[in-house]
Design a protein around this ligand. Structure first.
Ligand SMILES: Nc1ncnc2c1ncn2[C@@H]1O[C@H](COP(=O)(O)OP(=O)(O)OP(=O)(O)O)[C@@H](O)[C@H]1O
Length: 360
């Protein structure tokens, strides 16, 4: 199953022209406020008719302005998860979930309900009304209700934006499960680099109504010339396997043969994790560093240097652990001779890797 979107639209002072494909998994529309993310979501949902375009879901044409095709919202079979959960206050959790199934009754409704309740960990909440749920619990129920409508596509428009950090951390693992266990594409809007690093299978980076890059998440996030939310959001993602939990509170991962130490992560040994390393937490050294407190040192070769308009530059390093981005001053880059092809070492403080930066 996949979704292809080719849409042109103009508002006063804003022109959008995008063309991308969302395969199975989570495709994140990643960009700053005003980049056009919600306009795309609304066009796919059928809530807004773009000036021109073609949208095809799982082989079915939902929109083709040239051929005059416009499938109405209720016939698109798309689940929508909003920032606020929008549950019915007078119905219990069970009632809200059953509402998702009402349009599309099937013999295996009960089995599907148990699967979704288990997937989202909401079995203890079924008799409660929304007013007695936390924001995170409400959002889990909203995800369940959307899934139970048996959608062919899920749209999630900044579903974590209204939650505090603790609630965000509670919900992200459920989106990871959706990504890995549900068979339909999920189009997910975000401008939060950590969320993108944790969840995206595919990234569509947007700027001013245009796609500046699309592709596999780990490739797009390690490209220093693609910073849709600015230099502060730069950070590459590496994949590593949990190999030890040490008594001093550190977890040790194996990243392509290189040890990576993190503050303790509650994951089983052997599990693969994604770890985001923020570019501003990386120091570069030409020589092998000695006498440092930092535990993570990775040797690599510089593959790109992107100079910014200000005093900074982003250096992209290829290491056996995976790609690393480092944000340094242009003064340091010049003093150290950091140019493409040079070998150097990336130094990463263990404690700079926050718990939310490491996920399944
Ligand atoms: N109904 C409208 N009428 C006029 N202009 C609009 C309308 N909706 C959106 N725009 C403009 O289109 C541009 C893209 O808006 P859009 O909401 O798609 O961006 P976004 O990336 O989702 O932003 P945010 O992250 O803030 O939600 C903005 O410049 C916005 O002001």
């Amino acid at each position: 199953m996949s979704l292809s979107v080719c849409v042109k639209h103009a508002f006063d002072g804003f022109a959008m022209d995008v063309d991308f494909t969302a395969p199975k998994g989570i495709t994140v529309l990643f960009g700053r406020s005003g980049a056009g993310k919600s306009t795309i979501i609304d066009a796919v949902a059928g809530l807004q008719r773009p000036n021109a375009g073609r949208i095809v879901l799982d082989g079915e044409v939902l929109l083709d302005t040239r051929a005059g095709v416009l499938v109405p919202v209720h016939k698109r079979r798309i689940g929508y998860i909003f920032q606020d959960a929008r549950l019915f206050p007078h119905l219990t959790v069970a009632g809200n979930l059953a509402y998702g199934q009402r349009l599309n009754r099937r013999a295996d409704d009960a089995a599907q309900m148990s699967r979704v309740v288990e997937l989202l960990g909401i079995s203890d909440l079924l008799d409660r009304r929304p007013a007695r749920l936390s924001g995170g619990e409400r959002q889990r129920v909203a995800i369940g209700r959307a899934l139970l409508s048996r959608p062919r596509l899920l749209l999630a428009d900044e579903p974590l934006a209204a939650l505090d950090e603790a609630r965000k951390a509670e919900i992200i693992p459920y989106f990871e499960r959706l990504r890995d266990e549900v068979d339909i594409p999920i189009l997910y809007v975000s401008h939060a680099p950590t969320e993108v690093a944790r969840l995206a299978t595919t990234v569509v980076a947007l700027e001013g109504g245009r796609v500046i890059r699309q592709g596999e998440a780990l490739d797009v996030l390690s490209d220093p010339s693609v910073l849709p939310t600015g230099v502060r959001g730069a950070g590459a993602v590496i994949e590593a396997r949990v190999i030890a939990h040490h008594e001093d509170g550190l977890s040790e991962l194996d990243a392509g043969g290189v040890p990576l130490f993190l503050p303790h992560v509650s994951r089983d040994l052997g599990l693969m994790m994604r770890v985001r390393i923020a570019a501003q937490d990386v120091i570069l050294s030409r020589d092998v560093p000695v006498g440092l407190s930092a535990l993570n040192i990775m040797a690599g070769e510089i593959v790109a240097v992107k100079r910014g308009d200000g005093p900074g530059a982003i250096v992209s390093l290829k290491t056996s652990a995976g790609p690393i981005l480092a944000r340094v001053t242009q003064r340091s880059a010049d003093a150290l001779g950091l140019v493409v092809g040079v070998h150097c070492h990336a130094i990463i403080k263990t404690v700079s890797i926050a718990p939310e930066d490491a996920g399944a």
